[in-house]
Design a protein around this ligand. Structure first.
Ligand code: PDD
Length: 288
């Protein structure tokens, strides 16, 4: 790879030249938002959906993005080209800008800071074929999980608990109700239907979740946006999680309990195939 280029406040610069001010509110408060966007075969997958969600997150926290949607999309494409990304991700972050530390908004004409970089990342084929394990953790996060905010401490503590026990993901629950993973949405299959938490303030409305909803409708599998309990999850026929980097990822065991037969189930495998089909039509990717 050539010298890595990143985007920093209007300019493409070498990564080693990209410096962030210590009074950037993203750095001091986590006062900002982000998106992780997937690149397959050098092409962006579900760009518009990610960009629209970024602007929705910005609206919800009264943050002004100093570029319009078309400009940001073209920045993403240029970055992919400059870094010659084949299989990877683009990380894009917008903070409320730089100002002397005070909790309330800085006011005036302070412009948001925008950064973006790319990372090579292969499809997690082995894990998608074999399935992964997860652990249950109490959801201790705030009540605006619909905003893709930089404040990820609750998610990080949850993921660390999973990782320290050798699990791929932490499945969060508020009391008896399963919400979502630390960095993914959670789905179960029960009586042949897919169940997932409704897109309320308690979860992030994942872009992958939306693609799954669409392909489920096309394949005639009922997609039910209704909460389910921890007990229902443990008794499910199948379970999977979904995100930009994990795609449709089977979960075969939660703590000590096998889910279904303890192998990726038929509905999950069918969704994986259809998801790959969707990538192929959008990005002309190689089949796993
Ligand atoms: N995480 N829920 C949470 C809490 C997430 O952090 C994510 C994604 C998702 C799935 O969203 P999507 O399908 O749009 O990726 C659900 C990203 C990948 C991350 O933080 O790295």
């Amino acid at each position: 790879m050539a010298v890595e280029t990143v985007f920093l406040n209007g300019e493409f610069v070498k990564r080693s030249d990209a410096k962030v001010d210590i009074e950037d509110r993203g750095y001091q408060f986590g006062d900002g938002i982000y998106e992780v966007i997937r690149v397959y075969s050098g092409e962006v997958f579900t760009m518009d959906e990610h960009m629209e969600r970024l602007y929705q997150s910005a609206d919800k926290m009264k943050l002004k993005i100093p570029f319009d949607l078309q400009e940001l999309s073209s920045i993403v494409c240029k970055l992919i080209e400059k870094n010659d990304v084949e299989e990877g991700i683009v990380y894009m972050q917008v903070s409320r800008g730089i100002s002397p530390r005070q909790h309330h908004f800085p006011g005036g004409d302070i412009s948001g800071s925008v950064i973006a970089y790319t990372k090579d990342f292969k499809r997690p084929s082995k894990q998608m074929n074999e399935g992964v394990t997860a652990t249950l953790v109490e959801d201790i996060r705030w009540l605006r999980c619909d905003i893709k905010s930089l404040n990820l401490l609750g998610n990080i503590l949850a993921k660390e608990e999973a990782a320290s026990k050798g699990h791929f993901e932490a499945i969060q629950h508020r009391g008896e109700t399963v919400t979502e993973g630390s960095s993914s949405n959670v789905f179960i299959v029960k009586d042949g239907s897919i169940y997932t938490h409704p897109a309320t303030n308690l979860i992030l409305n994942g872009i992958t979740r939306r693609v799954i909803k669409d392909i489920a409708a096309k394949s005639g599998v009922p997609f039910v946006e209704k909460t389910f309990t921890v007990d229902e999850l443990l008794a499910a026929e199948e379970m999977f999680i979904a995100s930009t980097t994990s795609e449709v990822m089977p979960v075969i065991k939660v703590d000590e309990v096998n889910i279904g037969q303890g192998v990726p189930g038929p509905v999950t495998v069918k969704l994986q195939e259809m998801f790959t089909g969707r990538i192929l039509t959008e990005c002309k990717v190689q089949q796993v």
